[in-house]
Design a protein around this ligand. Structure first.
Ligand SMILES: NC(=O)c1ccc[n+]([C@@H]2O[C@H](COP(=O)([O-])OP(=O)(O)OC[C@H]3O[C@@H](n4cnc5c(N)ncnc54)[C@H](OP(=O)(O)O)[C@@H]3O)[C@@H](O)[C@H]2O)c1
Length: 270
């Protein structure tokens, strides 16, 4: 499958790297990137053809992968439209809805909208995907393969679910970094140096996530298992509950989903 990436930034670079590491042929990948230094880097690092013009990159591609900023999307879509008639179009732009992409592409219905997250940069991402009706089973499998190069893939049954995905896994890395920040601040107060604070906080998050991923038990059960009656963890969790930490996280994620819907409304306003 010949893939044209429109926008050669962080996300496109991660996916191109993942595809090549899995044995894709660099000759099948083309990139449009307006920044000359980024084009040079893409060519040098990956051996892919990188051009400045989006339409030139998209011409003849089986899949046009839109990876520019949401604010740039409308203009970019207009410029590649002539090359998209028979191509599968994949968009990772946060908040840009398939109805708007389809309208900008003159009614095209072979579109998959994807919400990835930044752990894709280390191939530990989660990408949620929603297909329009015109996407064939084969094209869906191709998207599975494409996104599988940088992590796990979750297909959602309706597009509105992508607002929730944006709030959970899209913004989610920031919540985990926030927890790491809090642990490091506490470590400082307890007299540890920066290096020890970094090791304890990050290794604990990694280890706990690994345990949760391997276990079939709910997170609450795993938590109960490290919470002995009258012990230190119980004391810490009491403070978190008194301060409403879990409720604050739930409210925060819901607020992010509302914001995602608002952004979608704003981007689609013609
Ligand atoms: N990073 C994330 O966590 C994340 C998560 C979910 C979804 N996304 C979505 O992924 C998309 C890409 O994100 P990113 O972090 O990879 O952004 P990025 O690093 O800014 O990459 C976009 C690249 O496309 C270039 N570009 C802009 N207009 C172009 C055009 N007409 N032709 C060719 N290239 C063009 C940009 O150049 P300039 O910088 O010069 O404009 C930039 O280098 C965004 O829509 C974002 O919403 C990102």
């Amino acid at each position: 499958m010949k893939i044209a990436f429109i926008g050669g930034g962080n996300m496109a670079t991660a996916i191109i790297g993942g595809l090549l590491a899995r044995g894709a042929d660099a000759a099948d990948l083309r990139v449009a990137e307006i920044d000359a230094a980024a084009r040079e880097r893409l060519g040098r690092e990956f051996g892919v053809t990188a051009v400045a013009d989006a339409l030139e990159a998209a011409a003849g591609a089986d899949c046009v992968f839109l990876a520019v900023k949401p604010q740039q999307m409308r203009t970019v879509v207009a410029s590649v439209a002539p090359a998209c008639a028979s191509a599968l179009v994949v968009s990772i732009a946060a908040g840009i809805r398939t109805a708007d992409l389809s309208r900008w592409l003159g009614g095209h219905d072979r579109i998959v909208r994807v919400m990835p997250n930044t752990p894709a940069l280390i191939r530990q991402g989660l990408s949620a995907a929603f297909p329009l009706a015109g996407v064939s089973a084969g094209q869906r499998a191709a998207v599975d393969d494409l996104l599988g190069a940088v992590g796990k893939v979750l297909w959602v049954p309706d597009e509105d679910a992508l607002d929730g995905v944006t709030a959970l896994s899209g913004s989610g890395p920031a919540y985990v970094f926030y927890l790491i920040e809090a642990m490091q601040e506490a470590a400082g107060r307890l007299g540890f140096d920066t290096e020890a604070a970094r090791l304890m906080s990050i290794q604990t998050v990694l280890g706990a996530a690994g345990l949760a991923a391997q276990s079939t038990e709910p997170a609450a059960t795993l938590r109960a298992r490290v919470t002995s009656k009258g012990g230190t963890t119980e004391r810490a969790l009491q403070v978190l509950e008194e301060r409403g930490a879990k409720a604050a996280f739930v409210d925060a994620i819901e607020a992010a989903a509302v914001k995602s819907r608002e952004l979608g409304d704003a981007f689609g306003r013609d």
